[in-house]
Design a protein around this ligand. Structure first.
Ligand code: AMP
Length: 208
C-alpha cells in the first residue's frame, strides 16, 4: 500500500508511521527525519535546511521534492511506503502525483490524523525524542524506553516555533486535505486518543 500521512506537526504521524512500518513492513519516508539526518551530518543540504527548520518554516519545495524522488528509487519502497510529512504544499502534492504516475505506483490513501490545536501545542512542547533510535516519547521519559538512549528536545519543539509551525500548517498544508478529498483518497482519523486506539482505527480504515 502507498500511503500519505497528513496532519499537523505533533498529530502523531511519526508514531503511527512507525507502527505501520513495524507491523506491515512498509518503507517509512519521513522528510523531517531525512532533513534532520542531513543537518546532523552537516551536509550542504543540511546546512541550508537548518535555518528553515529552526524557525519552523518549510524547506524549499525543490529540496524536499528532490529528496523524496531519490528515496522512491530505493528497492524497499516497491512493496509499499508511508509518506510522513510530505507533501506539505500543493506544489509538492502535484510533483508527487506526477512522479508516482510515471513510476506507475499510485497512492492508495491519504490518511488525515486529526488533533485539536491546543492539544498539539501541549504535546509538542513536552515531546522528547531518542538520540539513538528516534523513539518519540515525552518529558516523562528519563531515558528511551526502547533502547535506553538519551532523550532530547528537538530544536523546533519550543513554543514559539511550534506556533509558527502550526500557522504554516494551516496556510500551506491544510489545503491538501481538500486536494486529497477531491481525488477520493482522503480518510480521516481522530488522533486525540491513545496511540494504540488510533492505530487500530487506521488499520481498520485502510482494511489492512
Ligand atoms: P517534521 O519532522 O515532519 O515535523 O519536519 C520538521 C521540519 O522539517 C519542518 O518544520 C520543516 O522545516 C522541514 N520539513 C519536513 N518535511 C518538509 C516538507 N515536506 N516540506 C518542507 N519542509 C519540510
Amino acid at each position: 500500500m502507498n500511503i500519505v500521512l497528513l496532519g499537523a506537526p505533533g498529530a502523531g504521524k511519526g508514531t503511527q508511521a512507525a507502527k505501520l512500518v513495524e507491523k506491515y513492513g512498509f518503507a517509512h519516508i519521513s522528510t523531517g527525519d531525512m532533513l534532520r539526518a542531513a543537518v546532523k551530518n552537516q551536509t550542504p543540504l543540511g546546512l541550508e535546511a537548518k535555518k528553515y527548520m529552526d524557525a519552523g518554516d518549510l524547506v524549499p519545495d525543490e529540496v524536499v521534492i528532490g529528496l523524496v524522488k531519490e528515496r522512491l528509487q530505493d528497492a524497499d519502497t516497491a512493496n509499499g511506503f508511508i509518506l510522513d510529512g510530505f507533501p506539505r504544499t500543493s506544489t509538492q502534492a502535484v510533483a508527487l502525483d506526477s512522479e508516482l504516475s510515471s513510476l506507475e505506483r499510485p497512492l492508495d490513501a491519504a490518511l488525515l490524523v486529526d488533533v485539536d490545536k491546543e492539544v498539539i501545542i501541549k504535546r509538542l512542547t513536552s515531546r522528547r525524542m531518542c538520540r539513538d533510535c528516534g523513539y518519540i516519547g515525552s518529558d516523562a521519559d528519563a531515558a528511551c524506553p526502547k533502547c535506553n538512549g538519551e532523550m532530547y528536545q528537538r530544536d523546533d519543539d519550543n513554543e514559539a516555533t511550534v506556533r509558527n509551525r502550526l500557522d504554516v500548517y494551516e496556510s500551506s498544508t491544510a489545503p491538501l486535505i481538500d486536494y486529497y478529498r477531491g481525488c477520493e483518497l482522503l480518510k480521516e482519523i481522530d488522533g486525540d486518543r491513545d496511540p494504540q486506539v488510533v492505530f487500530d482505527a487506521i488499520v481498520s480504515t485502510l482494511g489492512l
